[in-house]
Each structure stands twice: as C-alpha cells, then as structure tokens.
Design a protein around this ligand. Structure first.
Ligand code: B12
Length: 218
C-alpha cells in the first residue's frame, strides 16, 4: 500500500482513530479540490476496518463510539460543501429512518443529506423507530419512497415487521410506495427475507435509484 496516497492514508487514519490527523487530512484534501463524496467513501471504508477490529476483539465499544464521533465531525466539515445539485421543485418525498432496536444513524444521515442535495424532500424519523410509527407516518405523509436503515443483525427482523406494517397500512389507505433497505450487512437474501423492494449498500446508489424510480412521474 502507498503510504503517500491520501485516500489510503485517510482510511487508515480513521481505522486507527487518529481524530486530529483525520480532520486535518480531510481539510487538506478539500483544499486541493478532492470530491467531498470520495472523502466520505474513504471514511466509510475506515469505519468498515473499525468494525473488523471490533469483531476481532482489537477494539471495544469505545472504539466504535470514537469512530462514530470522528465520522460525525467529518460530516460537519463536508456538509456545507455539498451544494444542492438542482434548483427545481422537489424531486419527491422520501421517508427514512433506522428501524426499531438499532441506533446507528451515520449511514442514514448520509443518505438523507445526499437525497436533499439532489432535490428530494427528506423526512427523517430518526433511529429506533417502531414499526407502527413508521407506518403511521407513511399514512400521514404519503411519501413517494420509504427507506429503512439497519446495521445490526437484529435489524432484519425489525425491517420485516416494519415492512409488514407499512404494506398493511398502504393497503388500507390505498397508498403505493417502493420500500428500500440499506446498511452494511444488507444483501439480496436479506432483501427477500424482509420483503423489501430494493436493497442498497451505498448512499449514492440509493439517490440514483430514487431518481430512476421517480423519473417517469408527471
Ligand atoms: C460507528 C458504529 C457504532 C456507533 C454508531 C454511532 C452512530 N451514531 O451511528 C455505536 C457506538 C453507537 C455502535 C453501537 C453498536 N454497534 Co456498531 N458499529 C459502528 C461501525 C464501526 C460503523 C457504522 C457506520 O456508521 N459506518 C459508516 C456508514 C456511512 O456506513 P453505513 O451505515 O453502512 O451506511 C452506508 C450504506 O450502508 C448505506 N446505507 C445505510 N443506510 C441506508 C439506508 C438507505 C435507505 C440507503 C439507500 C442506503 C443506506 O449508505 C451509507 C453510505 O454509503 C460498524 C461497522 C461497520 N462498518 O458497519 C459497527 C457495527 C454495525 N456495530 C456492531 C455492533 C455489534 C454494535 C453494538 C451491538 C455493540 C454493543 N455491544 O453494544 C451496538 C448496537 C447498538 C444498537 N442497538 O444499535 C456490529 C454489528 C454486527 C451484527 N452482526 O449485528 C458492527 C457491524 C461492527 C462489527 N463488525 O462487529 N456502533
């Protein structure tokens, strides 16, 4: 690996929880015109390494907390630079939230931020959202798309319950919206198990999917 490569360096600095060095490098990369989205992707990769170290017992919960804090600070620097990509009217209403029992919100917030940049109106229900609350909000707001986030294995069961509740309420109130799920451990099998329409592991891919899904609207 090339120690001079700033992308690789950022990944490893974050994985090593070197807070000050991470923030300094982010500022330096922005100053020389690096794409903010690429910087976030590198940080995401660093978080994956943190997760692996936690799994191997090299980090404890404090390491996870610290990595979350560093990522939050990076987003704070980057968010004001994520200019709105469109001045048109709202591209659609997207309801997002992290399912019940799960308090991970960094990925969900990133998806919300990017969707807003691309002209979508985002209603974020936060974390640990009970299925009934998700369903009630969907009835109240009539979103074009619903996006669920979940990062822990236990979230799969909650996604399933949330999607059942959403579909039941949608049926009763004659509503129709695709349901997307996202999170680091999501795959096709999980998607089928929980009954979602689409699954994504990447926030920007989520934005593109939302654009495609709503492209044909009048
Ligand atoms: C930071 C972190 C924490 C922080 C979270 C802080 C916060 N405010 O979110 C804290 C310390 C709170 C935490 C707690 C726990 N954590 Co944690 N955590 C992580 C870590 C290191 C990073 C997660 C992260 O933010 N990544 C960066 C973001 C940007 O990535 P992301 O969330 O995956 O999102 C991207 C995509 O998935 C996608 N996406 C996400 N959501 C959505 C939604 C839609 C609609 C779309 C389109 C896309 C999308 O877009 C994003 C950008 O591309 C992960 C390891 C990992 N890499 O996943 C472990 C990890 C998720 N945690 C784990 C565990 C075990 C826990 C705890 C149970 C630990 C404990 N013993 O208490 C608790 C659970 C608490 C709970 N009930 O939720 C495990 C889960 C394993 C499992 N099989 O369940 C992981 C995988 C670590 C590991 N490898 O063991 N954690």
């Amino acid at each position: 690996m090339n120690a001079q490569n700033p992308d690789t360096r950022l990944i490893h600095l974050l994985a090593d929880l070197e807070e000050d060095a991470v923030l300094k490098l982010v500022e330096e990369r922005l100053a020389v015109g690096h794409d903010p989205l690429k910087i976030l992707e590198d940080c995401n990769e660093g978080m994956r390494l943190v997760g692996q170290r936690y799994e191997r017992g090299e980090y404890y919960i404090a390491g996870l907390i610290m990595s979350g804090e560093i990522f939050r600070e990076v987003v704070e620097i980057i968010q004001p630079l994520m200019v709105k990509k469109t001045d048109e009217k709202s591209s659609g209403l997207i309801l997002v939230g992290t399912v019940s029992g799960d308090i991970h919100d960094i990925g969900k917030n990133m998806v919300g931020m990017l969707l807003s940049c691309y002209g979508f109106t985002v209603i974020d229900l936060g974390v640990d959202v009970p299925p009934a609350e998700f369903a009630a909000k969907a009835v109240e707001l009539k979103p074009d798309i619903v996006g669920l986030s979940g990062l822990i294995t236990a979230s799969f069961e909650m996604m399933k319950k949330t999607i059942s509740a959403l579909r039941a309420e949608a049926g009763t109130h004659n509503l129709s919206f695709p349901i997307l799920i996202g999170g680091g451990m999501i795959d096709e099998q999980v998607c089928r198990y929980v009954g979602a329409d689409y699954w994504l592991k990447d926030a920007m891919a989520g934005v593109r999917l939302c654009q495609n899904l709503l492209a044909d609207r009048s």
